[in-house]
Write a protein that binds this ligand. Structure first.
Ligand code: GDP
Ligand code: MN
Length: 345
């Protein structure tokens, strides 16, 4: 039985220096949402949560992205859900479309194999494009050119705990780069060649490896030997990126962006189903100082089926310590791996 770090009380004020009443300057930040017009209802529920727990106190702008233009109904209802500024952005085709070097015949054949391997969404071209955009395109959108921090929000997610400090300024003031809530294993069949391709890149560019990296976390082969074998040397443990608070300067850095370009050329976003979560995680694990990664244990969160449920009187509707409603799925949680090989804060 492993310890459950969520059962540690979190009612001490994490962000005491960054309260809503502070006069100090706000961060250069946005709430960032990739969403389709038909997800409006699920988005409004999530916006209600984010506004209630956090943004009604801090008023950070929302930026919405879509590969198609947003409808008028969508824009009207979203604007009505917040008093903060709303920006509606269309993704340029050259950031979204399948790149011309991808061979559709190969995609079709390899996706059939992924379907047989029970990889969800394998045959959906749009899902592959979405993962690629979230991996290496979002921070290149012209609308974010002058923005540094983002908090990724997905429709149909829940937020349970009142957040009474400015999380962006917390990151800035504490010299953090990336914040997460959930760590889980990935389906190894979706990323068979991600790690070998990563090693090729690192062999070409050893100078990008950070001396205080999280490599030991990435290559752990003890916790899930089968995953490690099928994913050819990667444990598959990753930051679940449907929630993340990050510094886009990291993703825009030469190391990460060249890494993304290398992966993109290799074709695994289409020939396999590389997710943005393992891609972000491997990039962060190799190129970033591990002390700059922060677990937001005080942010109560649900993206079906996984939770981050703190023990705190600031939370409503989240059972302290819960990770998943089906206890047999508790082993999908690998947050203790990150603590073991990196750190626990
Ligand atoms: P899952 O969490 O892996 O099951 O994938 P989701 O269906 O939740 O998609 C992840 C995010 O990308 C969500 O914010 C979706 O709204 C968004 N998304 C997925 N596919 C598309 C797409 O084709 N167009 C747009 N605009 N957003 C998409
Ligand atoms: Mn989702």
């Amino acid at each position: 039985i492993t310890s459950n770090p969520l059962l540690d009380d979190v009612d001490e004020p994490v962000g005491i220096l960054t309260r809503a009443t502070d006069d100090a300057p706000r961060a250069n930040a946005t709430l960032l949402v990739l969403v389709r017009n038909n997800e409006l209802k699920g988005l409004l529920g999530t916006m209600r949560d984010v506004e209630r727990t956090f943004n009604s106190k801090f008023n950070y702008p929302w930026t919405f992205f879509n590969d198609k233009p947003f409808s008028d109904v969508f824009k009207r209802q979203v604007r009505a859900a917040t008093k903060a500024e709303c920006r509606f952005e269309t993704i340029p085709r050259e950031h979204w479309d399948t790149p011309e070097w991808i061979n559709n015949d190969i995609t079709e054949v390899s996706n059939k194999i992924l379907v047989e391997d029970n990889i969800m969404y394998a045959q959906m071209g749009s899902y592959h494009r979405m993962c690629r955009w979230n991996s290496g395109m979002f921070y290149k959108h012209p609308a974010l050119k002058d923005v540094r921090w983002y908090w990724r929000v997905e429709p149909n997610t829940r937020y349970f705990c009142s957040i009474d400090y400015d999380v962006f300024r917390y990151m800035e003031d504490n010299d953090k780069t990336y914040g997460y809530v959930i760590n889980i294993y990935d389906a190894p069949q979706s990323i068979r060649t991600l790690w070998p391709t990563t090693l090729e890149f690192v062999a070409k560019h050893p100078e990008y490896l950070h001396p205080n990296n999280s490599l030991a976390w990435l290559v752990d082969g003890n916790s899930r030997p089968n995953h490690h074998r099928i994913a050819n040397g990667y444990s598959t443990c990753h930051f679940w990126s449907n929630f993340e608070i990050g510094d886009m300067n990291f993703f825009r850095s030469e190391a990460y962006d060249k890494y993304f370009e290398y992966l993109d050329q290799a074709g695994g976003f289409f020939y396999e189903r590389w997710g943005d979560a393992p891609v972000h995680s491997v990039g962060l694990g190799l190129f970033l100082d591990q002390s700059k990664i922060h677990w937001f244990k005080d942010i109560g969160y649900l993206h079906q089926p996984y939770y981050n449920c703190p023990s705190s009187n600031k939370c409503r509707g989240c059972k302290a310590g819960r990770f998943v409603t089906t206890p047999s799925m508790n082993p999908e949680n690998c947050i203790n791996n990150f603590f073991k090989y990196a750190h626990a804060d």
